[in-house]
Design a protein around this ligand. Structure first.
Ligand code: PBG
Length: 325
């Protein structure tokens, strides 16, 4: 390989045009998925204090937001529900009139050509705030699986395009695939949160979704941030169980994990740029310590560069606007 003075790395950085030609990574609105928080309340749009620019919204606002996302070239939204009542089994999650099912039906009815993905988990719907059925102070894996299948079928009946299980239960993808196939929904893909870490970066989301665990934490089911090989194993087992898309979450402290999962599987890889990653940039830019737009773009491009095919991000609309300029 040539070295200085034959090699001058600056030749291919000298103008915007040449930088564009040699750019190794592309980012487009078509890579983004926009998360929405749907509340059971009527005609309400309430900003989430720890996530400026994000809202708990009633279905009428959700529909308008999905329409705007579509007009910006964003192909999909993902829904999280804030139900009126929570109980031990999270029954709003699988009820026919559950808040997410209602929102799916309305978006599908009113907005054409946008995918509706539903987060599939119990923590927003259970009184104890855990991602499954609690027995003797522990989340019971196998008891939870049947409920996850029921939630998937309820979401599918409402018209969901993709289900996205996020509870990190063992066997969840298999249980959901079986339930969907039995319910005549063999064509609904599963985007599995396959490698999801127990992370402090979910803090703002738990305010937004009102889903903090009422006792303990999620470390008996979400992954330990010291592990990366285990994340690859998790992605591979979900793939074997029938996942159509695997996910790494969070994204920014886990770029190495995204890279490893990308190398290990031919499946599409999603990365979740989570609430804390969003709020850090928002907060620092409010203080004048970071330039918001350029920090946002750098983070999103770095997630793509690491190997993600798609990014779930609260910045989706803002980034799509920038990319469209
Ligand atoms: C539900 C779920 C969580 C997130 C997505 N789905 C929270 C959690 O596991 O506590 C986090 C998203 C974010 O922080 O943006 N299981």
């Amino acid at each position: 390989m040539a070295v200085y003075p034959i090699h001058r790395g600056r030749r291919i950085r000298s103008s915007k045009q040449v930088r564009s030609l040699v750019a190794e990574t592309q980012l487009a609105p078509g890579d983004l998925i926009y998360p929405l928080f749907v509340t059971h309340e009527k005609h309400l749009q309430k900003e989430i204090p720890s996530m400026p620019g994000c809202y708990q919204e009633s279905i009428d606002y959700i529909v308008a937001d999905a329409e705007e996302a579509k007009s910006l070239g964003i192909p999909a939204v993902i829904l999280f529900g804030i139900p009126k009542t929570k109980d031990a089994t999270g029954s709003d999650a699988y009820g026919e009139t559950g808040v997410v099912q209602e929102a799916i039906r309305e978006i599908k009815k009113r907005v054409s050509d946008i995918l509706v993905i539903a987060d599939l988990c119990m923590c927003e719907y259970t009184s104890h705030g855990h991602c499954g059925i609690v027995e003797g102070g522990e989340v019971d894996n196998d008891k939870t699986l049947g409920y996850l299948g029921q939630i998937a079928v309820a979401q599918a009946k409402a018209g969901v395009d993709i289900v996205a299980p996020s509870g990190m239960m063992d066997g969840m993808v298999q249980a959901i695939r079986k339930a969907l196939d039995r319910g005549d929904f063999a064509d609904i893909p599963i985007m599995s949160y396959s490698s999801k870490y127990a992370s402090s970066f979910y803090g703002p989301f738990r305010d937004a979704a009102e889903s903090s665990p009422q006792f303990g934490d999620r470390r008996s089911y979400q992954m330990d941030y010291r592990n990366a090989r285990e994340a690859v194993r998790e992605a591979m087992t979900d793939a074997e169980e029938g996942a159509d898309i695997v996910m790494v979450k969070p994204a920014l402290s886990y770029l190495d994990v995204i890279y490893r999962v990308r190398q290990a599987t031919g499946l599409p890889v999603a990365a979740y740029n989570v609430s804390g990653e969003y709020s850090m940039i928002k907060a620092a830019s409010r203080l004048g310590w970071l330039d918001e737009k350029s920090a946002m773009m750098e983070v999103l491009y770095s997630i793509k560069r690491a190997g993600a095919d798609m990014i779930l991000t609260y910045f989706a609309k803002q980034a799509a606007k920038e990319l469209g300029k």
